[in-house]
Design a protein around this ligand. Sequence first.
Ligand SMILES: C[S@@+](CC[C@H](N)C(=O)[O-])C[C@H]1O[C@@H](n2cnc3c(N)ncnc32)[C@H](O)[C@@H]1O
Length: 259
Amino acid sequence: MFKLIRIFGNLYRKDNSYMTVVKALCTTKIVYLQDCTSNNDIKNFIIENTEIVNDHNLTPEIRLRLLTPNCRFWHARPELWPFSDPFWAIYWPGGQALTRYLLSNPGVSQGKTMLDLGSGCGASAIAAKFCGAAHVVANDIDPVAAIATQLNCELNGLDPLFCEKENLIGSEPDGYDLILLGDMFYEEALADSIHSWLNRCIQTHGTQVLIGDPGRAHFEGHGIRRFLRQEAQFELPEAVREQNYGLTCSTVWRYLPEL
Ligand SMILES: C[S@@+](CC[C@H](N)C(=O)[O-])C[C@H]1O[C@@H](n2cnc3c(N)ncnc32)[C@H](O)[C@@H]1O
């Protein structure tokens, strides 16, 4: 699993632009933001420091505010970023495949109560809503992700989605028809806890589960892998490949455990 910190680090080394970035940031919002973190400030920060994109990924139907090479923080040293790692500012290959699958198969979401666990920028949740889901919860433990998701809903002409910021993994499962997981198998402990919790959700409520993953090591080597049926596979666009250290495709799996 790559870390954004590595992306920033690599770009910084490549560009050798440290002094330029420091000068730029010292004179702008960064100092102000460290003391001032109301939702409105965060919203304005996201608007100012992301780019609206709908190309170079698998779902041109959805517009997202993302961190791109045209954004100043893309080139900055990671410690200058005022929040925790901006996972919500990246559209991960696992999430892209899952979102593509939902948009191409609207019947999967229609009328369902759905949870997008680890929703990041909110793309899969937005796709579910586009496709007629009855109720969609976007869940991410990073509170900044919730604000980014609401901005992305607005961008796509949707009413705000319900964003849950609590860690639901391990909690008493709610009655979701379908749980979505885009690129969530990037750490062993997280993968293990997700696996156990999904089993409880399925046992308690008969919940269906879809997983998008580009073949990350913690996914391919995990016990859950034996109980997955492939639903779809997508070749990743060139730009996504370049930013993801050689990953070439991303797959959507349905989890069918023998409980
Ligand atoms: C790799 S990103 C994937 C984001 C999105 N699903 C996508 O594919 O673009 C993982 C996301 O999961 C969130 N996350 C990590 N642990 C979580 C947990 N226990 N509950 C909810 N979200 C979590 C992170 O904050 C991050 O936004």
